[in-house]
Design a protein around this ligand. Structure first.
Ligand code: CMP
Length: 137
């Protein structure tokens, strides 16, 4: 069941020079890198990407944070890559994400209105198709 998924290295990951470390973990796991872009996201892209979160308390801080610098967008592929990358990433809150995961090893809570959690991974085949079309249009 070969899948493609969208991975974002968010502006905190790029600014902290963790792009190489995160890519290393994805490659070491054995996923194939299909495409990569450095994107300065704008409000239109982010409003589409995060449509499901509109109205939540962290929505505006999230859009501001995601515009604060470049994001690295990755198209990766592999058997069960969607589930597999989410497991590599760890849970949303980096404070309690399991050690061994990207967020658990490299992230923490900075006391901000938005959780800066280094990476995003699509959560389903439908999300992956939709999000890949947005970031690699
Ligand atoms: P992501 O997987 O990109 O999806 C939505 C993002 O919103 C999430 O990662 C976090 O960066 C942020 N987020 C999710 N839940 C919260 C929360 N409760 N408080 C602050 N930020 C959040």
């Amino acid at each position: 069941n070969i899948e493609e998924t969208l991975v974002l290295i968010k502006p905190d990951g790029v600014a902290r020079n963790l792009t190489g470390e995160i890519l290393r973990r994805i490659e070491a796991k054995g996923y194939q890198l299909v495409d990569v872009r450095l994107v300065q996201a704008d409000v239109d892209l982010l409003a589409e990407h995060y449509a499901e979160h509109e109205g939540k308390p962290f929505y505006e801080p999230l859009l501001d944070f995601m515009q604060s610098g470049p994001t690295v967008a990755l198209r990766i592929a592999g058997n069960r890559a969607i589930e597999g990358f989410r497991s590599l990433a760890g849970t949303t809150d980096p404070t309690t994400a399991a050690p061994g995961t990207i967020r658990g090893d490299l992230g923490r809570d900075w006391g901000l209105a938005v959780q800066q959690n280094l990476v995003h991974g699509s959560d389903s085949p439908e999300s992956a198709t939709r999000e890949l079309a947005l970031w690699f249009r």
